[in-house]
Each structure stands twice: as structure tokens, then as C-alpha cells.
Design a protein around this ligand. Sequence first.
Ligand code: TRP
Length: 336
Amino acid sequence: MSEKTRVLTGITTTGTPHLGNYVGAIKPAIASSHDEATDSYYFLADYHALVKCEEPERVQRSTLEIAATWLALGLDTERAVFYRQSDVPEIPELTWLLSCVTAKGLMNRAHAYKAAVDDNQLGGEDADQGITMGLFSYPVLMAADILMFNAHKVPVGKDQVQHLEMARDIAQRFNHRYGEHFVLPEAVVDEHVATLPGTDGRKMSKSYDNTIALWLPEKQLRKAIMKIKTNSLEPGEPKDPDTAAVYTVYAAFATPAQREAMRQAFAEGIAWGEVKQQLFALVNAELAAPRERYEALMAEPERVERELKRGAEKARAMSRPLIDRLRHAVGIRHLA
Ligand code: TRP
């Protein structure tokens, strides 16, 4: 195993990538994959998708869209290991080994599970109503994703920090019982990365229905940007960039010089319509070339499939020997 820092993160395959995902997660991950000092592992968490989504077509579609997105945006798959969770059978196998050292009480404390129980109790339902074992043991599967590759750093959103703590706890228990097999992973929550506002000014999120899809065709992208909420200040009236969603989105795509010029224009009373024109031009310039690559990949899913299979081979070169050692460690051994 190389001595580089291993960075790993997973993307649940339930949705269509939007501008917020791009700015907040995909773009920084692809940039970090070019860093010589790290080995990157990025994967499509399709087993996790089954916990949230019971529509097979949607899981398949989302897997293709997300994979094509990362490839179109220039993820270097020679350097990074890019794979689909379900192509690595050692992961569910490790999930079981970990389940057997995981305290049920630890899982009882998981925020997502507790929220589901609270909802049931508020609604006067049985506490377990509609709660699957998939939801309950979600953090163990996530721990297996991470520990399988002995990742040091795991870039995630704030909502996932508890899952990382659980992964560390599970790794420690396993190490304590069976020997030092696992690195204790650390969550990396980047406070500097912009959280992009959506069309209504709140954080761009699927649950608010305020997203702008990443790969909208040019005309629709323009339309969506024109719909971003502004206030009623007229052209010529000075405007405050720091309370304007359009400026925050602009800043996420702009160079420092462009940001400075735009702030100046705000002070001089630029019209909202003009800001939006410039915002569209900026975003579209960045996305136009990758969009063509994305569309080409979507038209040829075979190519995406091949990339993922290659990634899985690389991943399994790590996971197979580790699972062999772990099986041996717990007493699942050849009898002779
Ligand atoms: N649970 C993560 C999310 O919803 C996705 C995920 C699955 C993940 N396995 C992971 C993230 C392993 C980091 C590491 O965002």
C-alpha cells in the first residue's frame, strides 16, 4: 500500500446532479484528485441508494448520470479509483464482519434513524413504522465503504460527520478485538467551499425544490438563472452583493478580478437583468464543453460501464487481499 494520504468519498445514486453539488462537492473532489500527495477513491453508493429509493429505474438512471458527470468534468481515472459500490462484493462482506462488532446502541443514536423514530412518535405511529434494517444499519455499510480502503480522509457534508464518528468507533472495536487492521478515518468538512443558494435564495437542495440541474441545455439554463430571486431595487440603485443570491452564485464561478468588477457594478446600480445575463454567460462558459462530453457519454452508456468496471478492478486489487486477512482474523479459515 502506498504511503500517500488516501481520500475517499461516496455519492448516493438517487438524484440528478445540480449546480450546488457541482460547486460544493464535485469540482473540489476532481481538483483534489490531481494532487500528487493523495490517492483518491470516489465511488457511486448504489447500495446506499436502495435505502432511500425504491424506484429501480431512478437508481439506474442516477448511477449513469452521476458517473457521466464526473467523467465529463475531467476526473482522471488513471489516477483516481472511480468505481461503483455494488461492483465490489467485499464491501457487503465487510459490512457483516463490522455488524458483528457494532453495538446496537450506537446505531440507535444515528440522527437519520432517530429522526424517523421521532416522526413516527409525533404522528402517533408505532416507533418502528416504515423503518427498514437498511436505514438502521446504513452507518455500518458506510463504515465498510471507508474501512475497506483504509481511507485517511473523507470529505463529507456536515450531516455526515456523525457517520464518520461511528466508522471510527466501529474500526476501533474491530482493531481491539482482532488486531490493528484499520486506519481510523477522519471527516473533512470544508468550511470554505461555497454552499450555493438555490433559485429561492435558500441553500440549493433537492428537498427545497430550488435546484438548477447541472446539465440543463443552454436555453433552459438561461431561463433557470433568470428565475433566481432578487429584490425590487431598480436599475441605477446601488445593490448589496452580500445579500444577493445571484452574486453568491456568480462568485462561486468567477475569478477574483471578475468578483471585484461585479461588486463595483453592484455599487453603481447594475440592473438585476444584467447581472443575470452575466451570470448565465459565466456559468455557461464553464459548462459548455463538459456538457458536450456529458451528452456524448449519456448516449453511450457502454463507455461509462467500461470505466466503472475498470475502476472496480483497481478497487478490488485492494479489497480482496484485505478481506482475506480479515476473514482469517475472525476465524473464517481454510480447515487444513
Ligand atoms: N452517506 C453519504 C451521503 O449521503 C454517501 C456515502 C456512502 C459516503 N458511503 C460513503 C460518503 C462513504 C463518504 C464515505 O452523502
